[in-house]
Design a protein around this ligand. Structure first.
Ligand code: ATP
Length: 300
């Protein structure tokens, strides 16, 4: 069975009597890239800060690498690399000098710094000061810093926020490589589901401090793939027609509505339905976009 790296049970956090984390439970297993999605203020950073012990919770339990007593949590946190909120980069230093500061603390040598800079595509930044870096470069440097301590779990707070499309792809690729090549488990947050759509293996949707939905990559793909939305007077009769047409990949949502996921010719299906004397009120391709899905979950 895959090892559980992080388990959060019934976590509650209040600020001045206001509940900002509301009975959240989640489990992250080794190898997962867990995407925590929620709009600004949903509580993403707070959960990360609670995991790292940067703030205290009022109720619940956090278990890291199987340990939930204080000493065990402290030991667990040493296996975590994190970039919560603004990364602590020195703007007047180069990438290598920034890395050197952290490396000295961690007892890590020059060659490892060189390797991390290479992995993050920052080898050729030379004497360029961090204050002149693009946001994407800064994010990559922040990730490089989190890796200095050889973490087993990486916690990245909005590393994609504000990046251009090329920057988004770079960060996604880096995260996927860290997971697949180095076996690092990742908890990553974003307020835009679409940004994480091609990187996370699992998703948790946080809304007003509550984890309102968890789903796997496959489940998300399923919910947002293209389908034919069909509204008829009698769904049961329509099912008979679908069966005759050897269409099996569909769901019936109520007495009148069906979603057909199989590749199907809409004109041909319409013809068959009409031939079977079924009144078709609506038939058409629908492609629920990720952001529409997110809105439907958070507003529902
Ligand atoms: N130190 C604090 N004191 C009081 N309230 C706080 C504090 N930190 C966070 N909050 C509140 O807790 C809620 C959750 O904030 P949090 O920063 O975790 O959200 P978030 O999902 O990370 O959003 P963002 O993307 O804006 O950072 C917000 O309503 C915020 O105002």
């Amino acid at each position: 069975m895959t090892e559980t790296i992080l388990k959060i049970q019934d976590l509650v956090k209040q600020y001045a009597g206001r509940t900002v984390i509301d009975h959240v439970s989640l489990e992250i297993k080794r190898g997962m890239i867990y995407g925590l999605i929620g709009e600004n203020g949903a509580g993403k950073s707070t959960i990360m800060r609670l995991i790292m012990g940067l703030t205290h919770y009022d109720q619940g339990q956090i278990t890291l690498f199987g340990q939930h007593d204080e000493l065990g949590l402290q030991a667990g946190r040493r296996k975590i690399g994190q970039s919560i909120e603004t990364p602590a980069l020195y703007p007047e230093l180069t990438a290598r000098q920034n890395m050197a500061v952290q490396a000295a603390n961690a007892g890590v040598g020059e060659s490892e710094v060189t390797d991390l800079l290479r992995q993050m595509g920052l080898s050729d930044t030379g004497k360029k000061l961090v204050k002149n870096f693009s946001l994407g470069m800064r994010q990559r440097l922040a990730i490089a810093q989190t890796l200095i301590s050889h973490p087993e779990l990486l916690i990245l707070d909005e590393p994609i926020n504000g990046l251009d499309p090329a920057g988004i792809i770079e960060i996604r690729t880096i995260i996927q490589r860290l997971a697949s090549e180095q076996g690092i488990t990742v908890l990553i947050s974003s307020h835009i589901l679409d940004e994480l759509s091609q990187v996370a293996t699992d998703y948790g949707i946080l809304h007003h401090g509550q984890l309102i939905q968890e789903l796997s990559q496959a489940e998300l793909a399923e919910k947002t793939r293209r389908y034919v939305d069909l509204v008829v007077d009698d769904a049961k009769q329509a099912v008979v027609v679908l069966d005759q047409m050897a269409i099996t990949d569909y769901t019936v949502s109520d007495a009148h509505r069906l979603q057909i996921f199989a590749a199907v010719s809409v004109p041909e299906l319409t013809r068959q339905l009409v031939a079977a004397d079924i009144a078709v009120e609506r038939i058409g391709m629908t492609n629920q976009k990720l952001e529409d899905y997110f809105m439907s979950v958070t507003e529902g």
